[in-house]
Design a protein around this ligand. Structure first.
Ligand code: C5P
Length: 246
C-alpha cells in the first residue's frame, strides 16, 4: 500500500521512525518544488507555521495530495478555539495535528474530541518541550529539570486524551517506558551523522537513535530540505532506520 493510500488514522508502530519531512519554506512555489523533488521518497510532509502563514490552507491541500500531512501549528488557546482549529485542520486533510500540552488538560480534551469526531480523524499530538531548548534554557522557562517537565506535560497530554506527544529523542526512551507502545512519540531535532549542522536545535539525535528509543515518527527538516539532493537525503534517512530491522 502506498503512503497516499494508507488510511489517515493508521499509526506507525512504536520504534518504526516513519519519516516526516518538514517543509519550512517561505512560499508555496518553493514548497511545491520541494514536493516534486521528493515525490515518492517521503511518506509524510509537515506543514508548519512558516509555510502555513505564507500560503495558507492551499499548502495543506497540495501536500495532502502527495502524501500524508502533519499540520504542525501547535495550537495553544482556549478549548473552544483550539477545538475549532483542530476541526478545520482535519477538514483540510491533515493526518496529524498538534497542540501545546501546556494549554492544559481541558484544552487537550477539547482538541481530542474535535479530532475524534472529524469524518477522517487526525492523530492528535501534544507538544512537550521544544527541541531547541537545552537544560538551562528549559529550566529558565519551567523552573524544573527538562526531563521532569517533559514527563509532566506528557501525563497531562495523556490525561487529556491526546494520542501521544512531540518530544526530543533524549526523552523518548523514558516516555516509551512510562506510557507503553500505544502512546505515539513524534521526534524532531533529528540530525543524521552526515548532516553536520545542528542549526538552532539543541536536543538532537540521529534517525536510528530516535527510532531505537521508540519514536513512531521522526521529523527531519533542513538536513533533507537544505541538501543539494533532498530525495537521496530522504531515502538515506529511511534506509538508516530500516537497517535497524523490525
Ligand atoms: O530543520 P529541522 O529538522 O530542525 O526542523 C524541525 C522541524 O520540527 C521544524 O519545522 C520545527 O518547527 C519542528 N519542531 C521542532 N521541535 C518541536 C516541535 C516541532 O523542531 N518540539
Amino acid at each position: 500500500m502506498s503512503s497516499t493510500e494508507a488510511p489517515r488514522s493508521r499509526i506507525a508502530p512504536a520504534g518504526s521512525g516513519e519519516l516526516v519531512v518538514a517543509v519550512d519554506t517561505p512560499s508555496l512555489d518553493a514548497a511545491l518544488r520541494l514536493r516534486d523533488r521528493l515525490a515518492g521518497a517521503a511518506p509524510w510532509f509537515k506543514v508548519g507555521k512558516e509555510l502555513f502563514t505564507a500560503a495558507g490552507p492551499r499548502a495543506v491541500r497540495e501536500f495532502a495530495d502527495a502524501g500524508r500531512v502533519f499540520l504542525d501549528l501547535k495550537f495553544h488557546d482556549i478549548p473552544a478555539t483550539v477545538a475549532g482549529a483542530v476541526r478545520a485542520g482535519a477538514a483540510l486533510g491533515a493526518g496529524i495535528v498538534d497542540v501545546h500540552a501546556s494549554g492544559g488538560e481541558p484544552m487537550i480534551a477539547a482538541a481530542a474530541e474535535a479530532a475524534a469526531n472529524a469524518p477522517e480523524p487526525p492523530i492528535l499530538l501534544a507538544v512537550t518541550v521544544l527541541t531547541h531548548l537545552d537544560e538551562q534554557a528549559a529550566a529558565n522557562v519551567y523552573g524544573r529539570p527538562l526531563a521532569a517537565q517533559v514527563r509532566r506535560l506528557a501525563r497531562i497530554a495523556r490525561a487529556g486524551g491526546a494520542a501521544g506527544v512531540v518530544a526530543s529523542a533524549l526523552e523518548a526512551a523514558a516516555l516509551r517506558e512510562e506510557f507503553g507502545d500505544g502512546f505515539v512519540l513524534l521526534v524532531p531535532g533529528i540530525r543524521p551523522r552526515w548532516a553536520a549542522a545542528a542549526h538552532d536545535q539543541r536536543r538532537v539525535a540521529t534517525p536510528a537513535e530516535a527510532a531505537r528509543r521508540g519514536a513512531n515518527y521522526i521529523v527531519v527538516g533542513r538536513a533533507i530540505t537544505g541538501n543539494s539532493d533532498p530525495r537521496t537525503a530522504a531515502l538515506r534517512v529511511r534506509d538508516e532506520v530500516a537497517d535497524l530491522g523490525p
